[in-house]
Design a binder for this molecule. Sequence first.
Ligand code: FAD
Length: 556
Amino acid sequence: MKETFDAIHDILIVGAGLAGMRAAVAAEAGLDVAVISKVHPVRSHSVAAQGGINAALGAGDSWEKHAHDTTKGGLWLGDQDAIEVMCREAPDDIRELERMGVIFSRDAQGRIAQRPFGGAGFPRTCYAADRTGHALLHAMYEQLLKRQVRVYEEWYVTALIVEDGVCRGVVAWDILNGGLRVIGASAVILATGGCSRIYLTSTNAVINTGDGMSMAYRAGAPLMDMEFIQFHPTTLKDTGILITEGARGEGGYLLNTLGERFMQRYAPEQMELATRSTVSLAIGTEIAEGRGVDGCILLDLRHLGRERIAERLPQIRQLAVDFAGVDPIESPIPVRPGAHYAMGGIKTNVWGETSVPGLYAAGECACVSIHGANRLGGNSLLETIVFGRRAGLRASEYARSAPPPSGDAGFLQREQARIAGLLKNDGPERPWQVRDELGQVLALHLGLVRRQDRMAEALSLVRALKVRAERVHVEDKSHTFNTDLISALELGSLVELAETVVAGALAREESRGAHYRSDFPKRDDARWLMHQLCHHTPDGPRLDHAPVTITRFPPA
Ligand SMILES: Cc1cc2nc3c(=O)[nH]c(=O)nc-3n(C[C@H](O)[C@H](O)[C@H](O)COP(=O)(O)OP(=O)(O)OC[C@H]3O[C@@H](n4cnc5c(N)ncnc54)[C@H](O)[C@@H]3O)c2cc1C
């Protein structure tokens, strides 16, 4: 059965965050490029990035040092060929961003200022106060407008079209007007961001439901290292809103209820700027052992003074005032670790190519892999820029020679049936109920400390939720701006990915970076210095392994 396409492009990019827009801007002139996004581009989660973006710009720093810090911070699980590419290309990418109009903060000599960040041996994080993502995303959007790239705004992609093993386009729901559309493309780039909304509280935007990872997985592209979910050490009490590592980079301390700078006991040299997994575990231990303050610890910025806080951390101050009723100029901020970032994702090479011809991925939805078992702050924005650009270039080459898509083999009918099914369900459960329960299961059983029995229980609970997710009741039956339907579709992505996270974590019998197991507290290079792949099957993920690429830094 052949379909007619509603539109055909040379390159279709799903996602208008930094990775997606950077890919579009990098695509070769003369190609017909389109971007499709479930929200307006500047509402993508990249806009919320606070602390900064890494590049070895400073005299005395080097891309090799950046690569070493990244490798070590990721506990040697990152592929060093990919890390080298990222760190080597970072300085030129930053200079190009500056030429595009990004308003980086400056040092006294007028150069791009750089602040220290966790796990970095050098102050190499470039920033725009504590609104770096905002500055980057808006500049990138201007570039998109300048190139007159077609943007499908508020369209929700439900599935990839894969014919004879080759990706040929997508099926998407037009959120504003309702109805499914089929868009063909010679090359599709997924840039759909992270999935940390599988947790109940998270620093992520509510739209970060991992749709692209789930689509690629269903279409046959394996996911890699899904068990590694980063907990950011400092998220605001109750809401889980991020308080940037830049606050500690500027000199903020962490205190327990005794007023101790407890990092002295966990990382006496790096103190508050140890890697995120180390700081998060330290905070978790302080709270568990009764030295917390109301389920939190305190982030003290008072000694930085009013002027510095206002200049370097204005957004953090406002967030603390608005959401915790605390002005950091006068009082410490109550914070605790929270789900933040997916180190895993769709397996790609350094050009964004997945195992499915015609399908590319870049940004947080991809696993190149740079971050290994623990991402260094400031490396994720960098990843979106370097690998977004590379995916745009490689997809351009491919699109020039790929035959145009000919038609989809029944994908539209399949998606129509899926959506009709959801709209027909009239069971007792609403999408948000299953979503909340899922978030609680992960928070409870897959938090900072993991262990076999809790994870096994989580796996069976997630599997039961997966069945319930298919039967949720979509109350709104209309076609126009049906957010109820979208949340039911997003729930499908969440439960599917949660299953891969739990299955991967259960199988990995060691502790490494963000994956800390009380029953296997040691890193085990002999058995586990390898990636874990998840392949989709109707019965759940099939796990498999892949070697880690080691070039210049042997595991230590
Ligand atoms: C609060 C916060 C602060 C952070 N601060 C930093 C920092 O200082 N430094 C750093 O390096 N990293 C930081 N990170 C991480 C970093 O910001 C993200 O990893 C990165 O911005 C992700 O960019 P992206 O382009 O991959 O995805 P996103 O910016 O998340 O964009 C995803 C896009 O995909 C689209 N999309 C998703 N699903 C669909 C669908 N089904 N159909 C259509 N469109 C879809 C969305 O509409 C969106 O446009 C931070 C993250 C958070 C949450």
